[in-house]
Design a protein around this ligand. Structure first.
Ligand code: BGC
Length: 279
């Protein structure tokens, strides 16, 4: 067993997750797509969850299958209890179990406080926070039922919550999103405390500014990108594969003793870059 990262930044040739079954929510685009493919590259079979755009999800499935592992697409709204229950029970039927949950599905509905509607508030909390709760609950039931299978993994299951630097950085004009990610931090830590005695590892990955459709306006003109880069000490915008690699390693037994942690993958965005010259 060995690891290597090729020059194009892709994970290559090491089935660290061989035999494991992963569910990635919101996997038809952006960070979720790269993560689903990254886990497939590490040897996992992958369920590609999506809520809209079946064609995009099927393309991700084809790309994962071309790596020699199993995959299928499953439409479900993570904020719907029935749909999440159905998604996890189908996965147990079709793939036998679930070893890794990447609770990634998330969205933004931005507005200044005084313009924000209660629908915008609820939509973001429902998907970003309730969605992670529901997926974690259903995955944990299966982890507890099955227990540890030492040939597959040292732990009974791994939950990786996709958070954000905004779990700790306040963000004016995005109070629904920042509140949802602050909630994800405490959801993750509480579940980690509750489930660790059962050998279930719960952790989070907190991306900074990653080049995906969710924040296109922040990087798709030179002026916007220059302003964004002033918030990133490492002076590059992140790529979805930066997050995929972090998730894959966190899900593997290489990090078996990491429980209840947040791995910030943000080029230093959480280092208060304004203080590099001020304060
Ligand atoms: C948000 C992006 C934003 C980034 C850094 C992410 O969680 O979804 O829109 O660019 O945080 O602020």
């Amino acid at each position: 067993m060995g690891t290597s990262v090729s020059v194009d930044g892709q994970i290559t040739a090491f089935p660290l997750l061989r035999g494991q079954k992963a569910l990635v929510t919101g996997a038809n685009s952006g960070i979720g797509k790269a993560t689903a493919i990254g886990l497939g590259r590490m040897g996992a079979d992958v369920v590609v969850n999506y809520v809209a755009d079946r064609d995009a999800a099927e393309k991700v499935v084809q790309e994962i299958e071309s790596l020699g592992v199993r995959a299928y697409a499953h439409e479900a709204d993570v904020s719907s209890e029935d749909q999440v229950v159905g998604m996890v029970s189908r996965m147990v039927e079709e793939l036998g179990t679930i070893d890794i949950l990447v609770a990634n599905a998330g969205l933004q509905r931005d507005a200044p406080l005084t313009d924000m509607t209660v629908d915008q508030w609820h939509k973001v909390l429902d998907v970003n926070l309730t969605g992670q709760f529901l997926c974690a609950r259903e995955a944990a039931k299966e982890f507890l039922r099955r227990g540890v299978v030492p040939e597959v993994s040292s732990s009974a299951g791994k939950i990786i919550c996709m958070s954000s630097v905004h779990q700790i950085i306040p963000w004016a004009g995005h109070v629904n999103y920042a509140a949802s990610k602050g909630g994800v931090l405490m959801l993750m830590q509480t579940l980690a405390q509750e489930l660790a005695p059962h050998r279930i590892r719960v952790n989070a990955v907190a991306p900074g500014a990653i080049r995906t459709p969710i924040n296109r306006s922040a990087w798709d003109t030179p002026e916007a990108e220059a302003s964004l880069l002033s918030l990133i000490p490492y002076r590059r915008v992140g790529e979805p594969e930066d997050i995929a690699r972090a998730v894959a390693v966190l899900a593997s037994d290489l990090l078996d003793y990491v429980v209840g942690s947040t791995l910030y993958v943000d080029g230093g965005m959480t280092l208060f870059p304004g203080f590099a010259t001020g304060g």
